[in-house]
Design a protein around this ligand. Sequence first.
Ligand SMILES: [Ca+2]
Ligand SMILES: [Ca+2]
Length: 459
Amino acid sequence: MTLLARLEEAAQEPRWAGAGPTGAWRDPAGANKPENALLGVMYVGDNSSSFFPFTVRAADGTDSIYRYTALQNQAAGSSTNIGTSLVGWEWDARVANGFEPPRVKTLSASAVNGNLIQNNGASYTTGPATSNAAKYTAASGALVFATGSNHWVRGLALNSDGEGEPDSRIQQTATNVFEDMGVAPATPVSGIVLDNPADPKVASTSPPDADTNVPITTKVTATFAADMDATTITSSSFTLRQPGGTIVPATVSYDATSRTATLTPSAQLANAVTYTAKLDTTVKNVTGRALPVAYTWVFTTIAPPTVLRINSGGAAYTSSGGNVFVGDQNFFGGATNSTTASITGTSDQTLYKNERWGSFSYAIPVTPGTYDIRLHFVEMYYSAPCAGKRIFSVDIGDTPASPDLPNLDICAQVGPNAALVKTLVGVNLTDGFLNIQSIYGTMDDPEIAAIEVYPSIVP
Ligand SMILES: [Ca+2]
Ligand SMILES: [Ca+2]
């Protein structure tokens, strides 16, 4: 049992004698631990005079916490409102603040209206919002379920003041959540369905439910808790669907040793798409018992690989080969310089007529993956002979080599006002950014003329 308390209104909390000021968990100047890091959702607003229905959309309803209710079988695109006041008086929602745990799954989307917290509790405004119930499985294996508001429990029973809207769907959902946590009621009220231990059960899936950044080459697997009847696991009973409901062509197999069903798509999946995997109730175990309800889970494929070209120190430019370079961006520090001199060794002189120089870095957002990085350099300040007059290094923060380009002497390699290109192949960019850092060497300032990052041509 876990007891959670919160402080969300930094400006309004009392100051206890002898203690420091209390603050909001989410306050960046204080604890800086937003509540959604623990709960998957967090307080976003309230209304103490108007309450709202709890809204489960068709896609939310396919989650297994809604099993044994009609919420699982809503028409695509439709939704169900439960009660009139099961969302109030304070509401939570998912918040994209960078603190949300992996694989949080939205379980409701209820329209609300009232006070909306601003700036981590510094103030409020008023207006509409959407409240979310959600769940996720923590790294510890703990299942975390958040109801989305403090009124949700009024769907279980009347409170001591006679307030509430008891609803069998809320009661069944609560029962399901407890069963998923390993606690089954011994004396359920009439109408509540308990899991039958004899029924087949999905022990795990791959990708896991609500996973993101899934490779487009993924297979989809479900591992069962008991031996299954292989003849019931087919491309009809185990399916993968696109958002519109179209089935992804695939083959399905079952491995009895690992009790694992595997769906292999016939082609690569699309990027940045949420797919829905489903095991139907025709799937049976070796004793002939079927899945009591369809088992559905979702995952989202990775965004397309990044292709980005930057004209360091200059403006947007399309190369003679048709490659689009954007104007200088994603940099920190350094200064720019330019020349009107002709540049040799290139059909894209424009790229080399301006540069970023000094102590600079780049943090370029990229979809995680394997990339080639092409760096362009020029010596535009010194005239010949200039070998040895500028010696510097460049490091890619994402590689173990440090620096990746040591003791670069542009002029010694190609002379002044000439293009020098260095390509690093097969660089794994896993954290969402390509980090480039200039490093001062023995002579003068580092510089760079252009940067390209594109999916690796190396298999
Ligand atoms: Ca490096
Ligand atoms: Ca440039």
